[in-house]
Design a protein around this ligand. Structure first.
Ligand SMILES: *Cc1c(COP(=O)(O)O)cnc(C)c1O
Length: 303
């Protein structure tokens, strides 16, 4: 992998689909969660060209945005540390008395945390806000929340290079900002159908987002498995938690409750209902995010 810092080779975990349906359907999980001990999953790819830009800019500083449990914030903090860049994390909401494990990790990688009110956070993309940021933090490269920018999608498109030899008929990922799925669409081969599972309720602007990220022409090339958000972003049900525990017990494959568990649940549900034709080779991206499970009450998960 031509990444900016050392990553491990991409592993594949095969899931036995005969448990779900009779017939010849191959299901592979691409373990992006295992390519790096800290900056796992899709975040590393989305950051790729931003970090390059920051290094080339000479500013040596990155400012980015996120919530209390943001996988993107930790990934950015670590990527900056290892690249010799300073980082600032603008965190949504007032500073809590006790920092989340995510924010503690950010700080331990040298990220300076700046808490702003939810109201101010909503204005973060306004030109005025951007000017203020320049005067507070000096010249820097700004990375939007979740890497939601064409530069982030360009980085995510590198994921497809890693899957080239698998002859996948379907490549599936969870959708948050839609930056990852946009990257997959950008770099897919003709035989690869890209499937996205939105983890946010009523996400009606996915095509618009993909247009912003990739340009108009690629926006319609996607299949969405909707109705698998389990109540909305970072919401969960007993059914989802049971699924995560059973899936782990069966395949020793840990998932996170915000993204990858919902995506795996959706794909398996669609396999069971006969959506995928005979001969399908389905590749599901394990996009990481396992650190988010630490926000669950102890004992919720068996792993
Ligand atoms: C951020 C994240 C996603 C969503 O990626 P987008 O590019 O924002 O759509 C999916 N899975 C995990 C584990 C994530 O942390």
């Amino acid at each position: 992998m031509k990444m900016l810092f050392g990553t491990l080779p991409l592993e594949m975990t095969e899931i036995d689909t005969s448990f779900y349906i009779a017939g010849n359907i191959k299901l592979l999980v691409a373990r992006l969660d295992k390519i790096h001990p800290v900056v796992s999953g899709n975040k590393l790819f989305k950051l790729h060209y931003f970090i390059k830009e920051a290094l080339a800019s000479g500013y040596q500083k990155v400012v980015t945005f996120g919530g209390t449990y943001s996988n993107h914030l930790v990934a950015t903090a670590y990527a900056c540390k290892i690249s010799g860049l300073q980082s600032v994390g603008i965190v949504r909401g007032e500073r809590p008395a006790l920092l989340s494990h995510t924010l503690v990790a950010c700080q331990s990688y040298g990220m300076r945390l700046q808490f702003i009110s939810r109201k101010a956070y909503q204005q973060k993309d306004d030109p005025n806000f951007k000017n203020e940021m320049q005067s507070t933090f000096g010249r820097h490269i700004s990375i939007p929340e979740g890497g939601y920018h064409p530069v982030g999608a360009q980085g995510a498109s590198l994921i497809m290079d890693e899957l080239k030899d698998l002859q996948a008929t379907h490549v599936c990922t969870a959708i948050g900002t839609a930056t990852t799925v946009a990257g997959l669409l950008k770099n897919r081969q003709y035989n690869e159908q890209v499937i996205g599972v939105p983890v946010i309720k009523n996400m009606i602007d996915i095509a618009e987002r993909i247009s912003f990220l990739n340009g108009e022409h690629l926006a319609t090339d996607i299949t969405l498995f909707e109705e698998y958000h389990f109540g909305g972003y970072a919401k969960k049900t007993t059914r989802l938690i049971n699924f995560m525990n059973e899936f782990y017990q069966q395949y020793t494959l840990p998932t996170d409750f915000v993204y990858t568990a919902k995506m795996m649940y959706a794909v398996i549900d669609k396999i069971k209902s006969g959506y995928f034709p005979e001969g399908s080779i389905i590749v599901c991206l394990h996009t990481g995010g396992l650190q988010g499970n630490a926000s669950l009450p102890p004992g919720t998960l068996v792993f």
